[in-house]
Write a protein that binds this ligand. Structure first.
Ligand code: CLF
Ligand code: SF4
Length: 296
């Protein structure tokens, strides 16, 4: 009989983001089914629909759950190395019912695939049972602050249960839901990663505390991502490689660090080194079909 610990180890060993060894052996697909978001991070800009820009929040188009399932079918048929199906936006997956419909449909057809979600954590406690029922076993929560004072500098507003919060109230609501959600997810046996956007001159001093809290709440991994300066934070600078490495070293005392993140798009596909987007994938499929027609 497979124990929970063995099951978790198996998921981690075949997950390109959770295991450095797996990152160029196994692939993931992101399904861009989640356009809406329930908070506003001051570095987030999702209004460009650009196939040439590669960063979180970008997709060449939004899919509905039926189209998403079709995309999985066609990719699984062509690529036996896909192990993970992720939903990572372009908004917050938990704020979109399409996320749950999509995961449930895929889980029914491909129960062997790992389903992975990346969220800001606002609705994590509220929707955790729905995620588990839909077959999700891998979770990422983006946490950029531990104190409300800091969170207030990073988030403009939070919309929770029909009410719009700003300032300190927004910060407190988001932080308490994030940590409560992480503890509940660990308790349920999910593999859990905390993503933190390193915003130089803003959250430098709090990042080691995020690492400490994440470890004590039972998270498996932390991923420190350098800021991509956009939106309200467009005039801030991106941290240097050296600064990111030093921060990872500090935080690595508390929790293992991911060092191979590609800050990929909401419609990414392939191994992390390939990081194809949907347009490229369609082009490759078309070239493949034309090639078949020529040789036949
Ligand atoms: Fe996607 Fe994220 Fe799941 Fe990976 S990405 S939802 S955990 S399957 Fe990976 Fe991409 Fe970095 Fe994310 S490289 S941005 S950490
Ligand atoms: Fe953008 Fe994600 Fe922040 Fe929402 S949670 S504002 S989609 S970065």
């Amino acid at each position: 009989m497979i124990t929970n610990v063995q099951h978790k180890r198996h998921i981690i060993s075949t997950h390109p983001c959770f295991s450095e060894q797996a990152h160029n052996k196994f692939g993931r697909i992101h399904l861009p089914v989640a356009p809406a978001c329930n908070i506003q991070c001051k570095y987030c800009l999702r209004k460009f629909d650009c196939a040439n820009e590669s960063r979180p929040g970008i997709t060449s188009r939004i899919l509905n759950p039926i189209e998403a399932l079709e995309r999985v079918r066609s990719l699984v048929e062509r690529n036996e190395r896909l192990t993970v199906i992720g939903i990572a936006g372009p908004g917050d997956p938990l704020a979109n019912d399409a996320t749950f419909e999509t995961f449930s449909a895929i889980h029914r057809e491909y129960p062997e695939l790992t389903l992975c979600v990346s969220t800001n954590g606002l609705l994590l406690s509220d929707r955790l049972n729905d995620l588990v029922e839909a077959g999700v076993s891998s979770l990422t929560v983006t946490i950029n602050a531990v104190t409300p004072e800091m969170a207030e500098k990073i988030y403009s507003w939070v919309s929770y249960k029909g009410k719009l919060y700003k300032g300190r109230e927004a910060a407190e609501c988001l932080l308490s839901n994030q940590w409560e959600g992480i503890s509940a997810a660990v308790e349920k046996g999910l593999i859990v990663k905390v993503n933190t956007v390193f915003i130089p001159g803003v959250n430098d001093d709090e990042i080691p505390f995020i690492a400490w809290f994440a470890a004590h709440r039972g998270a498996d991994l932390m991923n420190i991502m350098p800021l991509i300066p956009k939106a309200e934070f467009e005039n801030l600078r991106r941290p240097t490689h050296e600064a990111v490495n030093m921060m990872r070293k500090k935080c690595g005392k508390h929790i293992p660090q991911m060092t191979h993140c590609r800050q990929c798009r909401a419609d990414a596909c392939g191994t992390l080194d390939e990081d194809k987007d949907m347009e490229l994938e369609v082009l490759h499929a078309r070239i493949g079909e034309e090639y078949c027609e020529i040789i036949n």
